[in-house]
Design a protein around this ligand. Structure first.
Ligand code: SOE
Length: 390
């Protein structure tokens, strides 16, 4: 058998999202039939723990200097899992060096930066994708298929609720996701980016929005040590300058209504990303990521007397991505959605094709979130088309 082509990866970042992307590169070949295999070439990060992490995760080399990694001739793909404020510089440098780019969400710190990133990958003709991993859960892919096949008819409602509760504790420190200078925004971009992407993916483009947001706890201990989603409080206090929770209403171009809520104060929920969609012929409920392997489907065309929401167990049938995993009922988790992202990315590199989602999707998502920010400032509806232009 001919040896597989190799795709050498340089990954910038080695914390929470780094762990997940590492998991994806490690497992993709065992799960799916891929033509080219990823080689975990260089792991790059800041801190004394980079060499040890690189060794433990099985990377060939480590580095503290992302520019040197991007400049290497033997790297084909740059994977950006560093905080949001670093995305633009790394992605543009990578594209200009002719590397394919995988960037975590949100794409950038503002729309102008996001636009420059899109232009850079387009000019360089490199394959580009953004980490909207919830698109890659089999249940969401199945929901997309049902909608595309017309099983819901005309869509009237989209509801997306993303609830986590890690900020209910007032002692939780000001980690980077709570600092505007590094994250750009709070729940609105961190969680909202996923919900808005699912809305666009499943229902289509949004025409206008009106939002509201709050920061419930305005001062927190400054983080002494932080690592991904965990942090240890120091003695000083600092001001929280991002939103704790954001909600907004939307009107879709195709005439549906949207209701969105993102919060880090959804007490009891650790990572619940729930979707409901209702149309003239049926309804869909994704009960949330904590039960990601189920999809509820109501078919209004079922026979009289038999109608009701049916619970579809993912893997019971030929659901997207399920062929890579365990028997039905033996359920996949968070890590597998990242394997699906990498599988789609490697396949696109092999076929010189576009990946869904791309940097353009990252830009469009950010345009909607910027329109929400503007609507909050103006206390009125804002048209998405008046906020950006690509
Ligand atoms: C923290 O809110 C976080 O890790 C997000 O940054 C991710 O995008 C989300 O998938 C899970 O929660």
């Amino acid at each position: 058998m001919a040896e597989k082509k190799k795709i050498n990866v340089g990954m910038i970042g080695h914390k929470f999202m780094g762990r997940l992307h590492n998991h994806a590169y490690t497992n993709v070949e065992a799960a799916f039939d891929i033509q080219s295999r990823p080689v975990k070439k260089v792991l790059c990060g800041i801190g004394d723990d980079v060499p040890e992490t690189a060794k433990r995760w099985g990377w060939e080399e480590w580095s503290n200097d992302w520019e040197a990694v991007v400049a290497r001739d033997d790297i084909d793909l740059i994977d950006i899992v560093a905080p949001s404020k670093l995305h633009k510089e790394i992605a543009i440098a990578a594209a200009e060096a002719g590397k394919h780019v995988f960037c975590e969400k949100p794409l950038a710190m503002n729309l102008q930066d996001a636009k420059e990133m899109v232009h850079a990958v387009q000019k360089a003709s490199v394959v580009n994708t953004i980490g909207f991993n919830y698109r890659k859960t089999p249940a969401i892919s199945l929901a997309k298929k049902l909608i595309d096949d017309g099983r819901l008819g005309r869509i009237f409602h989209f509801r997306g609720l993303y609830s986590q509760d890690w900020l209910v504790d007032p002692e939780f420190p000001l980690a980077w996701r709570l600092r505007e200078s590094e994250a750009g925004a709070g729940s609105s971009w961190d969680l909202g980016a996923h919900v808005v992407d699912l809305a666009r993916f499943l229902v289509g483009e949004i025409d206008e929005v009106i939002g509201s947001q709050m920061t419930f706890i305005k001062e927190r201990p400054v983080a002494k040590i932080e690592d991904g989603l965990t942090a240890i409080a120091g003695d000083e206090m600092g001001i929280v300058d991002v939103d704790d929770a954001t909600s907004f209403l939307a009107k879709f171009e195709a005439g549906a209504m949207g209701l969105f809520e993102m919060t880090r104060y959804g007490t009891g929920h650790k990572n619940e990303n729930r979707i409901e969609i209702y149309g003239s012929k049926g309804g869909i409920i994704w009960p949330g990521f904590e039960n990601q392997n189920q999809l509820y489907f109501y078919d209004a065309e079922d026979p009289d007397g038999e109608r009701g929401f049916r619970r579809i167990q993912i893997g019971e049938g030929s659901h997207p991505y399920s062929s890579g995993w365990w028997p039905v009922g033996h359920n996949i988790g968070f890590g597998e959605t990242f394997v699906h992202e990498v599988y789609d990315l490697l396949t696109a590199i092999d076929h010189k094709a576009e990946v869904s989602p791309s940097f353009v999707d990252g830009y469009k998502c950010q345009e909607i979130l910027a329109a929400v920010d503007q609507s909050i400032a103006a206390r009125s509806w804002v048209k998405v088309s008046e906020v950006g232009n690509l």
